[in-house]
Design a protein around this ligand. Structure first.
Ligand code: ADP
Length: 229
């Protein structure tokens, strides 16, 4: 049983690394952002309630988000644990999560803000399966973050053949609003987990596959030391 949270500003790679680490640990990757986007695409009741927030980069109200998360982690595929990506995002969500379950480790991803903006404007996602790609090349000094391009030509996803698109909230204006929201509402959670003693900070400075390996190794070491794995 391993229950992990990926924390960090938008664009630090929470989705990218969760996507790679989840199959290796045999636990699902749960992104509240993906759940909301799917609801909007399908036009469900939930989708109607959250649409505007997603477009503007503001947060979906805690009450709705906590309920969605609670239902998702009670599904059978979460019996051996899960990776949460994009939840919690407010102190209230963090406290609610503590009432529902115990989190083993919170991984805080750290990347300077100018690079975050570059990464987010370069991000492309598969319209069908949500797989993440990136056209931005961030390599200077000790940083090695080359583009993550599909192997196949034609702007389609390697996994499912779906069309690669730019997310509507990945425009410079909405990115700046999302970063503001992160500093104001999400950053206080860092202190909360620091005090609880389950926070592990990781600098983002290498290609995605290498980063995923590095993070997985550190997760295993840390949980082994704590005799949780
Ligand atoms: P990113 O981390 O790149 O900003 P996400 O896919 O995690 O993107 O989230 C996209 C949008 O979904 C957010 O801007 C917000 O409107 C909504 N959202 C996702 N997770 C939460 C959450 N835990 N609480 C409130 N709103 C959320």
């Amino acid at each position: 049983m391993v229950k992990l949270v990926f924390l960090g500003a938008p664009g630090t790679g929470k989705g990218t690394y969760s996507e790679r680490i989840s199959p290796k640990l045999g636990i699902p990757h749960i992104s509240t952002g993906d759940i909301f986007r799917e609801a909007v695409a399908k036009g469900t009741e939930l989708g109607k309630k959250v649409k505007e927030h997603l477009e503007n980069g503001t947060l979906v109200p805690d009450e709705i988000t906590i309920q969605v998360l609670k239902e998702r982690i009670s599904e059978p595929d979460c019996k051996n644990g899960f990776i949460l990506d994009g939840f919690p995002r407010t102190l209230e969500q963090a406290r609610a999560l503590d009432q529902i379950t115990d989190i083993d480790l919170v991984i805080l991803l750290d990347l300077p803000e100018d690079l975050i903006i570059k990464k987010l404007t370069g991000r492309r996602v598969c319209e069908k399966c949500g797989k993440i790609y990136n056209v931005a090349d961030i390599s200077y000094g000790t940083l090695r973050m080359p583009p993550m391009l599909p192997k196949n030509p034609g702007g389609v996803c390697d996994e499912c053949g779906g069309k690669l698109i730019q997310r509507e909230d990945d425009t410079e204006k909405v990115i700046k609003d999302r970063l503001r929201v992160y500093h104001q509402l999400t950053e206080p959670i860092i202190e909360y987990y620091k005090e609880k003693g389950n926070l592990m900070k990781v600098e983002v400075d290498a290609p995605a596959d290498e980063m995923a390996e590095k993070i997985l190794k550190r997760i295993k070491e840390r949980l082994k030391n704590e005799k949780r794995l």
